[in-house]
Design a protein around this ligand. Structure first.
Ligand code: GLC
Length: 451
C-alpha cells in the first residue's frame, strides 16, 4: 500500500513507500539460474568467507577462446554447425600475439573492479592452459600458442590485487554423448571424466583460486543445470573442489546450489532487496559474450544504473568483455570501462563494502546502501520536481552531501526525508547522496548482516 503524501512546498504528490509494504508491491525481475539446484549446506562457505566477494561488488568477466577468430560470438561452432575437426583447426591460428594478462588486470582495476573471471574453457572444449586431461590435447599449451594462459592470467590477477576467478564449462560440444547421454553413454562418460580431470587441474595447479564459475551443466542444451545433476554428480565434484580450494566461492551452475545465485543478461533490475548473495552477469557488447565484429556497447548511464540497481538489492555485477583473437580488449570497451571507473572514483564509497538498505529500493527512482553510520542514496530519477522522498529514520542526519560535490538539499521530518537536487534537470547518470547519521544504521529485517 502506498502512502501518498503531499509535499507542503510544491504541492507535488510524492510516494513514500517503506519496508514490507513496498516489498509486497515490488516484483523482482531477477531470475536465478540455480534456484532448483541440489542443496548441500556442508559444501557452502561460511558468511565470513563470502565477505570479500560481497564487498567487491564489481568484477570483469572475460569470454576468450578460439571463437574470437570467426568473431561471431562463443556459440559459433554450434550455431554454424562447424564439424569438430574443422573447428579444431582454429587452434593452429590461435597464437594470441598481443596477449598480456597484466594489461587486462590494469583495465579491470581502472574500471573499479575487484575480481576477474576468465573462460578457462567454454563449450567448444578448447582449454586455455596446459591440460593433460583434455580429450585429444585440445589446449593452448599443446597447440600453436604454446602458452599456458591460465597461469599468466592467475599471476596477473594476484599481482593487481584482484580476486582470481575461473569459468569452466563441463559440457563440451565435441562429444556426441553430450547430445545423447543415454544412447552414447560411453562417450558421455569420457566427457565427464575430462570435466573432473580439468577441474582438478585448475584447482590444483594455479595457487589460490578465489572464484569457480561453472556454466553449461545441462545436457543436450535441455532443462536446467539441476536436471542434469544425475549425470554430473555435482556434490562429488564440488567435494573434490573444496578439498583443493577450501575457500573458493562457487557459483550455482554445476547443479549444486553454490555460494551465490546468478542472474544472467542485460534486463533491467527491479524489485526488493534479495537476502542472499547474488551476482548479475551481463555483456558490455550486447552482440555476444565472445568477441564479435558487431558492436553494440551498453551506454555508460545504463551500466551505472545496472550497478546501482544491483548493489542496492544486495548483488554484485560481473560485466563481460570479449578480447579479440590477438588477446586485446577492444579500445571502445576499454574507454567505456574507464568511464565507469571515473564514476566509481567519485561515487565508489556508496558501492564498495556497503550493504543494501536501510530502505527498500523504489524501482526507477532510487536505492540505498549503507555502511556504519552512513547512508548512500543512489538517485536514478529526480522526477519533474527535482525531489525524492524517503521514509523516516530513527537516527538524526548530522550532515549530507552529494559525492559529486553538486548542491543537495535535505530536510528530515519525523516520518520522511526529503531530498532535492537543484541541478537535477537532465541528469542521466545516477548521483549518490551521502547522509551521515548520529548512530549506525540497522538494516531492514531479513537483510544479511553488514560487515
Ligand atoms: C550462457 C551461454 C554462454 C555464456 C554464459 C555466460 O550460459 O551459453 O555462452 O558463457 O551464458 O553466463
Amino acid at each position: 500500500m502506498a502512502d501518498n503524501q503531499t509535499d507542503n512546498v510544491t504541492g507535488v504528490k510524492d510516494e513514500v513507500l517503506a519496508g514490507a509494504e513496498l516489498a509486497s508491491m515490488q516484483k523482482s525481475s531477477v531470475v536465478f539460474k540455480g534456484e532448483h539446484s541440489i542443496r548441500d549446506a556442508s559444501l557452502k562457505l561460511e558468511d565470513a568467507d563470502m565477505e570479500w566477494w560481497r564487498d567487491a561488488k564489481f568484477g570483469m568477466f572475460l569470454h576468450w577462446g578460439l571463437y574470437a577468430i570467426p568473431a561471431r560470438g562463443e556459440w559459433v561452432m554450434h550455431n554454424d554447425k562447424i564439424p569438430a575437426d574443422e573447428y579444431a583447426r582454429l587452434a593452429d591460428q590461435f597464437v594470441a600475439k598481443d596477449f598480456d594478462a597484466g594489461k587486462w588486470a590494469r583495465i579491470a582495476r581502472d574500471a573499479g573492479m575487484g575480481y576477474m573471471v576468465l573462460t578457462a574453457r567454454h563449450h567448444d572444449g578448447f582449454a586455455l592452459w596446459n591440460s593433460p586431461s583434455s580429450y585429444s590435447g585440445f589446449c593452448s599449451y599443446q597447440k600453436a600458442a604454446k602458452r599456458d594462459f591460465v597461469a599468466e592470467y592467475t599471476a596477473a590477477c594476484r599481482e593487481a590485487g584482484l580476486g582470481v576467478g575461473i569459468y569452466y564449462s563441463p559440457m563440451d560440444w565435441r562429444f556426441p554423448g553430450y547430445f545423447q547421454p543415454m544412447e552414447l553413454a560411453e562417450n558421455a562418460a569420457l566427457m565427464k571424466k575430462q570435466g573432473y580431470g580439468q577441474i582438478e587441474e585448475l584447482m590444483r595447479n594455479y595457487g589460490k583460486i578465489d572464484i569457480l564459475w561453472y556454466d553449461g551443466g545441462w545436457l543436450a542444451h535441455k532443462g536446467t543445470d539441476a536436471d542434469s545433476a544425475w549425470f554430473w554428480d555435482p556434490v562429488r565434484l564440488n567435494t573434490l573442489v573444496r578439498k583443493l580450494q577450501p575457500k573458493v566461492v562457487i557459483n550455482p551452475r554445476s547443479g549444486w546450489e553454490g555460494d551465490f545465485q546468478c542472474d544472467e543478461g542485460g534486463h533491467e533490475i527491479t524489485g526488493a532487496i534479495i537476502d542472499q548473495p547474488w551476482e548479475k552477469c551481463l555483456n558490455l557488447n550486447r552482440a555476444s559474450w565472445g568477441y564479435n565484429t558487431r558492436q553494440n556497447l551498453m551506454p555508460l548511464e545504463e551500466i551505472i544504473r545496472t550497478l546501482v540497481n544491483v548493489v542496492g538489492r544486495g548483488g554484485n555485477v560481473l560485466l563481460n568483455v570479449g578480447p579479440d583473437p590477438d588477446g586485446v580488449i577492444p579500445e571502445t570497451h576499454v574507454e567505456r570501462l574507464r568511464e565507469v571507473g571515473n564514476w566509481l572514483r567519485i561515487n565508489g564509497q556508496g558501492i564498495y563494502g556497503t550493504r543494501p538498505g536501510p530502505f527498500q529500493p523504489i524501482d526507477h527512482v532510487c536505492c540505498t546502501t549503507f555502511k556504519g553510520n552512513k547512508v548512500y542514496v543512489h538517485v536514478l530519477d529526480w522526477g519533474p520536481s527535482g525531489k525524492i522522498a524517503l521514509p523516516g529514520l530513527r537516527q538524526k542526519i548530522v550532515s549530507y552531501s552529494l559525492l559529486s560535490g553538486e548542491a543537495l538539499l535535505c530536510v528530515q521530518g519525523n516520518d520522511r526525508i526529503d531530498l532535492s537536487m537543484p541541478q537535477a534537470a537532465g541528469q542521466q547518470v545516477p548521483v549518490v547522496a551521502e547522509l551521515v547519521l548520529d548512530a549506525d544504521v540497522s538494516p531492514p529485517p531479513g537483510t544479511p548482516e553488514q560487515k
